[in-house]
Design a protein around this ligand. Structure first.
Ligand SMILES: *[C@@H]1O[C@H](CO)[C@@H](O)[C@H](O)[C@H]1NC(C)=O
Ligand SMILES: *[C@@H]1O[C@H](CO)[C@@H](O)[C@H](O)[C@H]1NC(C)=O
Ligand SMILES: *[C@@H]1O[C@H](CO)[C@@H](O)[C@H](O)[C@H]1NC(C)=O
Ligand SMILES: *[C@@H]1O[C@H](CO)[C@@H](O)[C@H](O)[C@H]1NC(C)=O
Ligand SMILES: *[C@@H]1O[C@H](CO)[C@@H](O)[C@H](O)[C@H]1NC(C)=O
Ligand SMILES: *[C@@H]1O[C@H](CO)[C@@H](O)[C@H](O)[C@H]1NC(C)=O
Ligand SMILES: *[C@@H]1O[C@H](CO)[C@@H](O)[C@H](O)[C@H]1NC(C)=O
Ligand SMILES: *[C@@H]1O[C@H](CO)[C@@H](O)[C@H](O)[C@H]1NC(C)=O
Ligand SMILES: *[C@@H]1O[C@H](CO)[C@@H](O)[C@H](O)[C@H]1NC(C)=O
Length: 336
């Protein structure tokens, strides 16, 4: 069964979540007591998928199979219902993620780079194969899908024909999306319903491809995806060359305390220093101040034992102007 759980449920409702099909949580800390998340204990982590299947060492395949070639990992839709997807075995908690991707061609095909937390905070890049000059950015806070004006569609040159570097820089204060090093979107904490819709809990990285334009999808989803998939055109392939992650709060585990889903409620165990030195050689890692010029927020980096993240709430008050509804989206909703 492909992971269409959320879509299956959404099809019954009028409102549609225009996020990826990979959104799912096995335990939602907002109303459950969940086991701790495994953290990325090192400050940096990288995967070079051109090295073949051994590069999946720190990833889990959650759907389908992954092929490897000179362009890296290949996520292939070879037939209907294929939706190969992988996710990191660990979570990271604020930081930077850089993905080199060549998205899949094909009407209705979605190549997605998703960061997802246990309480369904979500940060997205979604390349729609129907369009060769743009990519979608999106985000969700705590699975709040009541409004669909969060997506933007920055320009990118033929994303299905060439590799581009898609980067997210995620802090307590703002989220930035960059393409090939150029900032294309900024989301301030306060502008996301005073932070309530702001993604702020430890995330896994998920990479995958799926058919938003499958005939089984709702009308709105198919419209959003750019039209119905023509399976005569298979295979559709998304390529990922590499992934680089910087974890601003490296730790062995992340635990939600309470049910607010706020970043202040996340407790780190065995957090390590925030430096470029990996934990495996941490005997000489010093405090973050020696390697990081940024010290605008104080977190638990100086702690080597369990402690909560004591970050003062983002104080920025600038207003983020919500981007206009995208035409395709409007068209999709008007059909409902
Ligand atoms: C628990 O959270 C899930 C996911 O957000 C939600 O579907 C469910 O309604 C919640 N249950 C309660 C009792 O709040
Ligand atoms: C990688 O591929 C080789 C050869 O096909 C296979 O023997 C091995 O089990 C694979 N390793 C993983 C981690 O999938
Ligand atoms: C990656 O996987 C290897 C082999 O399983 C493991 O030793 C290592 O700790 C993992 N690294 C991270 C950052 O998860
Ligand atoms: C993408 O698909 C379109 C429509 O089928 C086709 O015209 C175009 O050549 C394809 N581009 C690539 C790079 O495969
Ligand atoms: C969900 O988001 C909408 C705006 O998109 C906001 O008006 C609403 O208050 C949010 N709900 C919660 C529970 O935060
Ligand atoms: C934290 O580190 C201590 C000492 O190295 C170790 O005994 C303990 O198992 C670690 N705890 C976790 C949750 O990794
Ligand atoms: C740690 O690194 C500093 C700066 O590079 C160096 O001066 C010092 O000798 C190192 N200490 C150890 C124990 O390696
Ligand atoms: C780690 O460094 C980044 C900037 O490089 C900073 O934003 C983050 O708050 C730091 N984290 C900790 C725990 O000091
Ligand atoms: C750790 O950081 C906190 C918050 O910035 C600070 O109050 C505390 O004194 C620091 N502790 C050490 C040992 O540096």
């Amino acid at each position: 069964m492909p992971s269409y759980t959320k879509y299956a449920a959404a099809a019954l409702a009028v409102a549609l979540p225009f996020c990826s099909a990979q959104t799912y949580t096995s335990c939602n800390p907002l109303n459950n007591t969940c086991s701790a998340d495994t953290g990325l204990a090192t400050y940096t982590f990288s995967t070079d998928f051109t090295t073949g299947n051994s590069s999946l060492a720190n990833w889990t395949i959650t759907d389908g199979t992954i092929e490897f070639g000179s362009d890296g990992a290949e996520f292939i839709i070879a037939e209907r219902y294929d939706a190969p997807t992988i996710e990191t075995d660990f979570y990271f908690f604020f930081g930077e993620v850089e993905v080199k991707m060549k998205s899949a061609n094909g009407t209705g095909i979605v190549s997605s780079i998703v960061f997802l937390s246990d309480d369904l905070d979500e940060i997205d890049w979604e390349a729609l194969g129907a369009y060769d000059d743009e990519i979608e950015t999106n985000y969700f806070g705590k699975d709040n899908t009541t409004s669909y004006d969060r997506a933007t569609y920055p320009s990118v040159t033929t994303p299905a024909e060439e590799f581009h570097t898609y980067t997210i820089i995620w802090t307590e204060e703002k989220l930035e999306w960059l393409i090939d090093g150029t900032l294309v979107r900024t989301l301030e904490y306060d502008s996301a319903v005073d932070g309530r819709n702001y993604p702020q809990t430890p995330m896994r990285v998920k990479l995958g491809i799926w058919a938003g334009g499958d005939p089984s999808e709702s009308e709105g989803t198919i419209e959003w995806a750019g039209g119905e998939v023509d399976y005569d055109d298979v295979p559709f392939t998304m390529y990922v060359e590499s992934v680089k992650i910087i974890n601003y709060n490296p730790a062995e585990t992340y635990t939600y305390t309470g049910h607010t889903g706020s970043y202040e409620s996340i407790v780190l165990s065995n957090s390590t220093t925030n430096s470029t030195v990996s934990s495996s050689s941490s005997s000489n890692s010093s405090s973050s101040s020696s390697t990081s010029s940024s010290s605008t927020t104080s977190t638990s980096s100086n702690s080597s034992s369990t402690s909560s993240v004591a970050v003062s709430a983002a104080s920025m008050s600038s207003v983020y102007l919500t981007p206009a509804l995208v035409l395709a989206l409007v068209a999709g909703l008007m059909q409902l």
